[in-house]
Design a protein around this ligand. Sequence first.
Ligand code: DC
Length: 244
Amino acid sequence: MKDACMTSDTSIQSIAIDGPAGAGKSTVARSLALRLGMAYIDTGAMYRSCALKAIRSGVSMEDEAALTDMMEHTQISFRLVNGEQHVFMDGEDVSLDIRTPDVTRGSSDIAKSPVVRENMVALQRRIARREAVVMDGRDIGSHVLPDARHKFFLTATPEVRAQRRLRENREKKAGLQEYEAVLADLRYRDLQDSTRAVSPLIRAQDAIEIDTSGYGIDAVVEILLGYIFPQQATCDAGDVQHAD
Ligand code: DC
C-alpha cells in the first residue's frame, strides 16, 4: 500500500557512504540521493580537482607550503548541468579532466596533505550544514560527519572493483586503461588511502559494512533503503516517497 510507504522523516540530515575505490559508492550514493530527494556530494571529486590543479601548476604533492598557498587560491564547487552534477575548480568545469589516470593517482597522493584535507573537510561540513546530503568518500562517517544519521561502508574484492572502474571509465570516456593497470592503480590507492597519517580510509565503528561484490547497484541501493527505513522493509522500495 503506497501510503504506508510514504515518509515525512525530516530527521534524516546526512548519509555517509565510505569505502575503497570502485566499491560502488558513487553510483549508489547518487542513486540513493535521487530516491531520497537529497543532494549528492562526491568528495573524491574534490581531491581530484586539487590534484588536477597541482599537476597543472607544477606544485609538488609533498610540498606543504606550496599546497597551502595553492589552497588559498582554490575554489571548488558543485553545480547541476543538464541534471548531472558537475564539479568546478576556479569556475572551470573539470568533471572530465579529473578522471584521467594521472589525476586519479595524484588524488590519492594529494589526499595525504594535511592542509588539503583541512580545506576539503571544512568545505564538506559547510555543504552538509546547508542541505541534506548523501556524501561519499573515505573518511565521511569517521571524521567529516561523525553525527551522520546513517553510515555505510561499502567493500568489494579488488577484482570486482577493477572491473567496475574499467566499465565506469569507458562509459565516461576517461582514459583507456587495461584491466591490469586499473587493478594495479586500485591496489596502490588502497594502500595509500588506508595507511596515510591523516584521516585514513577506515570504517566508522557505527557504520554498516556491506560487501557489494555479488550485487548490482540497484540491489545495493535497496539494501541501504532497508536500513534507512526498517519499518517499511516489507514495502516495495520502489514505493518509497519523500514528503517535501
Ligand atoms: O573516490 P575517488 O576514487 O574519486 O577518490 C579519489 C582519491 O581521493 C582517493 O584515492 C582518496 C581521496 N579521497 C580521500 O582521501 N578522502 C575522501 N573523503 C575522498 C577521496
